[in-house]
Ligand binder design. Structure first.
Ligand SMILES: CSCC[C@H](NC(C)=O)C(=O)O
Ligand SMILES: [Zn+2]
Ligand SMILES: [Zn+2]
Length: 474
């Protein structure tokens, strides 16, 4: 469409030049001037035409990645890796594939810097996506439909195949313009982030293979922003997935007696509910940001004596269970929280027991909370802010990510890491139905990464200190 408009404008310019020359009986020098002007316009339009072609090609490559169904519960990573390897070959990047668990490949692409001894820059993304309920979507979640508004609908369009491809497109563009990095740049594509990274980043980051990359700073996923300002994250909350189990004597449905399994579990639900409200109030009253409070949400309830058509209505069950997704901010005290669970939410004195399906505590080796510094002590933060601004973007105050990302494993190792996905003017639709990203935002994000990569990989600063001084230990 842009190309057609350009052609119309070009035609119009030619007609106007000829008409002016004829009507005003222009002298030959003026006519020459007009012809020169016309020549310049043609050059400009040809250049614009070429950039429109390049943008279209970039969008098509993004869509090709999106249609690869690397989806849980059993993602097949081979087609995604094959596609990314073909991209690497096309761009001219070195590639290594590691397997820390069977059929869970980690792909690392490398653009060697002029000084490979300097610690490197690592851009990470995960290849896996969460499942999608196809029938509840406007378009097939694995067809990457591009609609008339320029929105691309696909699972992974925001989370986070966009980012992985934007890294590659930015490198493609920088290589084409002859840029040569000073520091080495690595781009990793990891599996299994959506299920906790146990067979992905959790094994990769502490490995010898990772150490050999000599990483100074990492970029990983962030979130879309519904307004003009990009969001950036320098820490994240720790997921604790708690299951409380209640037992008690069964009894007739008509009888009032103490300590039934459900009565005890409901008491816990009441306490947890009040705690939840107190945390939510802090957000509602503007006293804390979402990432700074403890969130606790019930995610399942299991009780009752089943029948083929429902539940027995006159038996009080002898067991019941409830599951909670709890997220602890970096400054919360995990020991105090353990105590709260053991003594108030699930005490043995009320015939309750508890287990964790997931219990991550984002702490460094000294047991202190990990936050990547966002002040002048961290050159990478300053460089990130500057390059986003230089690319014409605006960036908000650093935030704590509500959920968990692979960046936690990196921060754990004392390496600064930022969560950043350049998607402004975009509703947050990760894990939602009808996840989409507009082509304009996708392309703008490539411009942003061009600046970031150019700036980060040109930085020759005090590398020996970058790993320690830029990491806050509170
Ligand atoms: C705890 S492992 C699961 C990881 C997932 N991450 C995101 C970004 O949704 C989550 O926080 O639930
Ligand atoms: Zn993600
Ligand atoms: Zn996700």
């Amino acid at each position: 469409m842009i190309r057609e408009r350009l052609h119309c404008e070009l035609l119009l310019a030619m007609v106007m030049a000829m008409a002016m020359a004829m009507v005003e009986k222009t002298s030959s020098s003026l006519l020459l001037l007009l012809l020169f002007d016309l020549f310049l316009s043609i050059c400009l339009f040809a250049k614009l035409d070429a950039s429109v072609d390049a943008d279209n090609a970039a969008v098509e490559r993004f869509r090709s990645y999106l249609v690869i169904p690397s989806v849980h519960p059993n993602p097949n990573y081979a087609p995604a890796v094959e596609f990314l390897l073909s991209q690497a070959q096309d761009i001219g990047l070195d590639a290594q594939t590691f397997e820390f668990a069977e059929n869970k490949p980690v792909l690392v692409l490398t653009w060697k810097g002029k000084n490979p001894l300097l610690p490197s820059v690592l851009l990470n993304s995960h290849m896996d996506v969460v499942p999608a309920e196809k029938e509840k979507w406007k378009h097939d979640p694995f067809a990457a439909v591009l609609d008339e508004k320029g929105d691309i609908y696909a699972r992974g369009s925001q989370d986070m195949k966009c980012v992985g491809m934007q890294y590659l497109e930015a490198v493609r563009r920088l290589k084409a313009k002859g840029f040569k990095p000073l520091r080495t740049l690595h781009i990793s594509f990891v599996p299994e982030e959506e299920v906790g990274g146990v067979n992905g980043a959790e094994k990769f980051v502490p490995s010898e293979e990772f150490k050999a990359l000599n990483v100074a700073v990492v970029l990983d996923e962030g979130l879309a922003s519904p307004n003009e300002t990009y969001r950036v994250f320098n820490g994240e909350r720790s997921p604790w997935w708690l299951v409380i189990r209640a037992t008690g004597a069964p009894g007739h449905g008509s009888k009032l007696y103490d300590n039934s399994a459900l009565e005890n579990l409901i008491k816990s639900l009441d306490l947890i509910s009040s705690y939840r409200a107190s945390q939510f109030d802090l957000i509602k009253e503007g006293l804390a940001a979402e990432g700074e409070v403890v969130s606790v949400n019930p995610v399942f309830l299991k009780a009752g004596t089943p029948t083929p058509t429902g539940f027995v209505m006159n038996v009080q069950p002898s067991e019941a269970e409830a599951g909670f997704d709890i997220r602890l901010p970096p400054l919360a005290d995990p020991v105090a929280f353990d105590k709260l669970i053991a003594e108030e939410w699930a005490p043995a004195s009320r015939n309750l027991s508890f287990t964790f399906k997931q219990k991550v505590t984002v702490r460094n080796k000294k047991g202190l909370p990990c936050l990547t510094a966002t002040d002048s002590s961290n050159p990478w933060w300053l460089l990130l802010k500057d390059s986003i601004t230089k690319a014409g973007g605006s960036i908000g105050q650093p935030e704590i990510f509500l959920a968990a990302t692979d960046a936690r494993f990196v921060r754990d190792e004392g390496i600064p890491a930022f969560g950043f996905s350049p998607m402004a003017n975009t509703p947050i639709l990760l894990h939602d139905h009808n996840e989409f990203l507009n082509v304009r935002e996708y392309l703008k994000g490539i411009d942003v990464y061009c600046e970031i990569i150019e700036t980060f990989s040109s930085y020759g600063g005090p590398d020996d200190q970058s790993k320690t001084s830029s990491h806050t230990e509170l």
